[in-house]
Structure formats: C-alpha cells, structure tokens
Design a protein around this ligand. Structure first.
Ligand code: NAI
Length: 300
C-alpha cells in the first residue's frame, strides 16, 4: 500500500521549520497541495516574518504550495488564509495543527500572562483553524484533522504547566470533534511527537538529539491524515518508534451511598486503581452510563 494525497489540499500551521516543515514536505511529496502557514518568529512567540522558502522548495520539486503568514491566534487572518486556499484549490481536506511556542518556567515563577499566551497559540490557534475548515469539511463529507499534543500534556513535565495544560486541552478538543465529525467522515486525531527542533535543543543532550530527526515523526502524521486514517487516536512518535496512548478507565468498585462511603473510597483505593479490566469509553456520556448501569444492577 502506498499512501498518496493526490488531489488533496492540506494546511500545515507552523510549517516554517521543525516538525511542520517535515510534515509539509511529506504531504507535498505524496501529491498534496499545501498551505505553508507560519508567522515566523522566535521560540517564545515574539516577532517574525513569514517564510516563503519552503514554498519555493516544494515548487522546485514539482509540487504545489502557497505561503500564509497568518498567526493562528488571529481568527480573521486564519479565515483569510482558508479563503485563499479555497479560492485557489476549491477544497480543504487536511488540517495539521502544528504551530506552537514555549514559555517554560516552574509554576511558582510562571506569569499568568504567559500561561494565557501559550493557551492562546496552542489551543485557541487550533480552535480557530478547526472552526474555519469545519463547515467546508462537513460539506465535502471528508476531512482529516490532527492536533499536535505532547507527552508534556499527557504525562506532565517539570516547568511546563502552561504548555502541558494547552496540549492536553487539544486532546479534549480531538475527543469531541472526532465524535461530531464522524457522520461526515471527518477524522480527528492527536500526534504526540518527540523530535530535535529548536523547541527541544536546550532540553536534551547532543547524542539524544541526533536520534530524534523530525522527519522520523512525519510518517506518523501522514498515517493520521491518510484516506484510511483512524479517528480519535493519540499517536506518539519519535526516533522511529510509534506508540498509542489512551485515556483509560479502570473497572473500579461500587460503594453505593452509605454514610461511610469516604472511608471505603480511602480504604479501597487500590481496588479502584486496579488496571486489570481497564477500558476506553467511547464517549464521556458512555462513562457516566457505565456508573448508572452498575448502580441499577447492584441495587435491583
Ligand atoms: P518549532 O518551534 O520549530 O515549530 C513551531 C512553529 O510554529 C515555528 O515555526 C513557529 O514560527 C510557528 N508558530 C508559532 N506561533 C505561531 C502562530 N501564532 N501562528 C503560526 N505559526 C506559529 O518547534 P517544533 O518542535 O517543530 O514544534 C511543532 C509542534 O510540535 C508544536 O506544536 C510543539 O508544541 C509540538 N511538539 C514538539 C515536540 C518536540 O519534541 N519537538 C514535543 C511535543 C510536541
């Protein structure tokens, strides 16, 4: 099987460098027309000008691409970008929400304004882009969206409370959009990359960075936006490895509502935490239904 994107139109945000650049090159090499979005700028999100170099590179290799300097934080600019792509190519099939910044600090030293900015770029940036393409994808009855999450969100990392919160918020966005998009074949997934980019160059030793080519993550991204893509998956990718993360639920225990319920919860926390019969509920309400169902069965 060869994954191809002929006739497909893709938008990659934050595609000026790092992972986004590799994703855009990977999509273009397999036939997609690509919007290269990047506002340029420094790692902490300041300043910058759009870069057209990647567009030239893709065109020189026989591909089709256009540049957009829109900041994903600016809804009107995002809408203009989508409008330009529609005008040129008439459809939007793939959205890769990849743009991001860092403002790392331990929580005690973290400024609330920096927290908001990180949320704004990662979470609201993705919301703006999803919102701008959503009805187009619904009308087409076709769409593939990826949110770039992070192990920092899934599992936590010292100094990344803002970034981790924003990245986990994207998992929540994906969970619901995958449900709402299903009937129009809009598949929504998360990618949790690990790669040597300017974002990680100060965090890891040289020998480790060598193993972490950004290009090693891109096959995972391409799989998540392919014709046969899964939906609602959280795919971890780095250094040639691919794993899947899940938000799981233990079987837990039924306590009922006796006066000593709190003591039972404390005493039986081990049983509540036992992962033997873990599951992944198909939705939030399915999890609630499990609880109600057990209460009804037990009390009947
Ligand atoms: P990077 O800093 O090379 O790429 C991020 C790009 O986003 C930059 O080119 C930047 O100009 C652009 N950008 C920033 N704010 C923007 C805005 N408001 N509008 C449009 N573009 C904007 O870093 P990297 O590593 O390639 O990051 C790509 C994505 O992967 C980010 O979402 C990052 O959080 C995520 N990630 C990266 C990991 C890694 O190991 N490198 C680990 C986990 C997640």
């Amino acid at each position: 099987m060869t994954v191809r994107f002929d006739g497909r139109v893709a938008i990659v945000t934050g595609a000026g460098g790092g992972l986004g650049r590799q994703h855009a090159l990977g999509l273009a090499a397999r036939g997609a027309k690509v919007v290269i979005n990047d506002l340029g700028g420094t790692l902490d999100g300041n300043g910058g000008t759009p870069s057209a170099a990647l567009v030239e590179e893709i065109r020189a290799a026989g591909g089709e691409a256009i540049a957009s300097g829109a900041s994903v934080t600016d809804l009107a600019a995002v809408q203009t970008m989508i409008g330009e792509a529609m005008q040129r190519w008439g459809r939007i099939d793939i959205l890769v929400n990849n743009a991001g910044i860092l403002r790392d600090k331990s929580f005690t030293k973290m400024d609330v304004a920096d927290f908001r900015l990180v949320m704004d770029v990662h979470l609201m940036g993705a919301v703006h882009c999803c919102k701008a393409v959503w009805d187009i994808m619904r009308t087409q009855n076709y769409g593939r969206i990826v949110m770039t999450t992070s192990s920092s969100g899934l599992y936590g990392n010292f100094g990344q409370a803002n970034y981790g919160a924003a990245k986990m918020a994207l998992v929540g966005l994906m969970q619901t959009l995958s449900i709402e998009g299903a009937k129009n074949d809009i598949r929504v997934n998360c990618l949790a990359p690990t790669a040597a980019t300017r974002m990680t160059e100060n965090l890891m030793p040289e020998a480790v960075l060598k193993l972490l080519e950004p290009g090693a993550v891109t096959p995972g991204l391409l799989a998540l936006v392919a014709e046969d893509a899964p939906t609602r998956a959280i795919l971890c990718a780095g250094a040639g490895s691919f794993e899947r993360a899940y938000v799981t639920l233990t079987e837990g225990i039924f306590v009922g509502q006796p006066s000593d319920a709190v003591d039972q919860v404390v005493e039986r926390f081990g049983a509540i935490s036992d992962r033997t019969a873990e599951s992944v509920p198909e939705s939030g309400s399915a999890q609630g239904t499990l609880e109600v169902g057990r209460a009804m069965r037990t009390l009947a």
